[in-house]
Design a protein around this ligand. Structure first.
Ligand SMILES: [Fe+2]
Length: 288
């Protein structure tokens, strides 16, 4: 029986949790959903959050085997490329193989038509892929709905769900981005609910909830099944779709959607510098 350990990192600007997970005997490690710090007002980026993870990798003497993304995030820039570069440039960055669909839609929006084959991600992960992690392994579960390329990662009894589910008192992720679909999300959640109730579930985001000012990032399959305010207590698919789509119609665009998507669909690589040596993000006008 392998033993797993993990550390959580919270980015307060985007309410995102990143994770460093490792198998104790081999010290084989994976980082899930790293964040690149970004101040949109000044255009300044920083790898401070990624450097904190690297400190722990070094302190625990870990061998970083993979950098994995649960999906193309729309609320923060991915730190995957920065982490990869700071670790020598050889650690593969992986994401669900449906990333190509996201690249097709948003590649057209940002006039990057050649971006549709999954590059520059190093690993395009089909459903049910098993990645070895020392004596443990990482099982890739496709969980589309929030986006078409969302995946969850099951490592031992640790389930990293990305934006499939939020804490039980917050519910579920929106499904109104291109390629998102509430019925699809419902079925993905049922797939996770088929895992043992004791499975520990780690969130990608938390914003607190009414009566709960502090952020939290861990629950379980059993708790979600009984207590999730959107899908708990056996809520039926049609009820959920009505609830989700009604709520989505009231939500505004995430502030960092446009910067995030153009960087994150390229594995966190910042746009190529122009002749003056400066990198620019694009801002498509009147498209939403
Ligand atoms: Fe997301």
């Amino acid at each position: 029986m392998s033993s797993l350990q993990f550390l959580s990192y919270f980015d307060k600007d985007s309410n995102t949790f990143s994770y460093l997970v490792w198998e104790s005997a081999s010290k084989a490690a994976v980082v899930i959903d790293p964040v690149l710090n970004f101040d949109p007002a000044s255009g300044r980026t920083s790898s401070a959050a990624v450097e904190r993870i690297i400190q722990d990798i070094q302190a625990q003497q870990l061998q970083l085997n993979y950098i994995l993304e649960t999906h193309v995030h729309a609320d923060h820039l991915s730190g995957a490329a920065a982490l990869k570069a700071l670790c020598g440039g050889t650690v593969p960055v992986g994401i669900g193989d449906q990333i190509c669909r996201v690249q097709q839609v948003f590649g057209a929006l940002f006039a990057l038509p050649t971006l549709a084959d999954g590059k520059p991600f190093d690993l395009l992960l089909p459903d049910d892929t098993i990645l070895p992690l020392g004596d443990a392994n990482i099982r890739v579960l496709h969980t589309p709905g929030h986006t078409p390329a969302c995946v969850s990662f099951l490592i031992g009894d640790l389930l990293f769900v990305g934006d499939t589910l939020f804490m039980p008192d917050y519910g579920t992720a929106r499904c109104d981005f291109p390629g998102g679909d509430a019925a699809t999300l419902y079925r993905s959640i049922q797939k996770l609910f088929a895992l043992p109730d004791s499975t520990r579930m780690l969130m990608c985001h938390d914003y607190g909830a009414p009566g709960r000012p502090d952020v939290a990032n861990e629950t379980s399959v059993g708790e979600q099944k009984s207590q999730n305010i959107h899908v708990g207590q056996g809520r039926m698919e049609a009820d959920f779709v009505t609830l989700r789509t009604t709520r989505d119609a009231t939500l505004s665009m995430p502030k960092l959607l446009l910067p995030s998507v153009q960087v994150n669909m390229q594995a966190g690589e910042l746009p190529t510098a122009e002749a003056n040596g400066i990198r620019y993000l694009k801002l498509p006008l009147n498209q939403f």
